[in-house]
Structures are given as structure tokens and as C-alpha cells.
Design a protein around this ligand. Sequence first.
Ligand code: UTP
Length: 295
Amino acid sequence: MSSEKNKLRKAVFPVAGYGTRFLPVTKASPKEMLPIVDKPLIQYAVEEAVEAGIEVLIFVNNKSKRAIEDYFDDARELSDHLARKNRPALLEKITGIVPAGVSCVNLRQTEANGLGDAVLCAEAVVHDEPFAVLLADDLVRSDGAGCLKQMTDAWQNGGGTMLALEEVAAQAVSRYGVIGGARGGDGLWRVEQLVEKPPPAEAPSRMAVIGRYILQPGIFDHLRNTRPGVGGELQLTDAIARQIGSQPVRGLNYEGRRYDCGSKLGYLRANVEYALEHPDIAGEFRDYLKNLKLP
Ligand code: UTP
């Protein structure tokens, strides 16, 4: 790969879904702003992207999602207030949200026509370079390098498209894009087939695609030429499936633990497990759980 084509600088965060599984709270507030203890989901995804070397954060919002735009914007009044009150630790919490050298672009998806449509909205900003897509409601906790960093490291050698994969239970495959293919000597999967939300009997494997992707700009043409799929929505996986055979499509069985924070149970699990490690409350929260009498 030439040097400008193997550097991953831009990441797209589609945050324009309706989040219906979290109604009523998502009526006026985006799902991606739901907190895990004290930080919104979207910030965890942004931190993971920045760790992987991303310099441009591209948010695809819908019209009622000003909250995300505001969250990553300067909060001058609040910072002045905290500075006046001499609260440097709190001030640091809000000034470091977007690190130096990283910029934000806010775009709008006019209607929630699917993840593929949301990614297509970012074409003019991504332009002609590879890019990452992160779905913030898939929260991934890793002991070492974050999920996107693991993917980027694997992707540097060989390029193409890189998917993050996880083995799921047979009865869960119908909630995911599922790959068919074989694992190479380097541990990466060579993706030969990709099916969105297959019934368990038709799934090519139990290796499911989670909400992290490294894509080539050619995906935009495929998205334009893909018809709406499952649920009448433009599916990103259908467009990726069209690339198989014409460029490498590989998958990494990432190391880490994923919380499906688009579901109530996954969200609550994440909150409990992150709280048990949070420096402000870990001890007291552990005691509380130990003494909790379950009905
Ligand atoms: P989901 O499939 O979780 O859909 O989207 P959703 O609408 O947000 O939530 P439910 O299923 O109604 O509860 C996965 C990701 O893709 C984004 C969402 O914001 C989420 O981050 N998305 C989805 C868009 O940006 N636009 C869309 O049209 C659809």
C-alpha cells in the first residue's frame, strides 16, 4: 500500500438511529449519550478511535441529536465556572474530551434509513481514503490495546476491509451480520460470505460482525448500488458483501469483552462492571452488591 492509503485518519460514528429499544429516554436524547457510570457511550468510542490514531471524528447525527454536537463542542461557560471555583480535576474532565490535534465534523442523516445510508452520508468528508466506522452502542473493553487499535495493527499489513468478529451462540446469529470463510495462518479470517441477520439454520458460521469496521472508499459506490435489505434499511453488510472477491475482506477475532449497550440488559451489565472498577465508587458499590438481598 502507498503511505497515504495505509494511514487511517478518519472515523465515522453513525449516531442517527432512533434507539427504539430505549424509548422513552431516546425520544429526546440519543442512545449514544447514555452514560456508563459517568461517561457517555459515544465518548468511550471516541477514546478507542483516538487511541488507534484517528484524527478526524465524523458524527452522523439526526435532527434531534444536537446533544452529541454540543457534547464535543467547547463549554466555555462551564469551564470558566470550574476555573473560578478552582476545580482543576473537574475542569480536566471536560477539556480533554476532544484531544489536541483531533477535529470533529457533524453531518446529518435526514431519515434513519439504515446504517449503510448513515455511512453514505459521510462520503464527502471521508473522500478518497480508508476510514473506520464505530458503533458506540457496542462498547468494547480490552485489557491491552482497544478493539480498533487491534484492527488497525492487523489491517496495516494487507489493507482492504477489516471487520471485528466475535463468536456468538447459534441462536443469536439472527441479530448480526455473519461471515462464512476460513481462518488463515495469521489468525485473521478470510471472509468469503457475509449475510445480514440470517436465521440460525442458514448462518454460514457463528462468527458475527460487531460494530467496528475499517472500510475502503470504494464502499460508497457499493452502497449507492445496494438495495434496501433486512428491515427495509440500507445495510452496510450487504454493501461489504459486494466487495468480496474484488478486494481483501478480512476479519479479526478481537480480544476484549463487548457489551451490547443497544439492549437494556447489555447496558446494565456494562454499568455494573464499569462501576466495579470506577475509582470513585468501586469499593462502596462492591459492598452494596454483596449486601444486596435479591427478592
Ligand atoms: P441499531 O441497529 O442499534 O438501531 O443501529 P437504532 O435505531 O439505533 O436502535 P433500535 O434498534 O431502534 O433500538 C446501530 C447504530 O447505527 C446507527 C445507530 O445510531 C447506532 O449507532 N444508525 C442506525 C444510524 O446512524 N442511522 C440509521 O439509519 C440506523
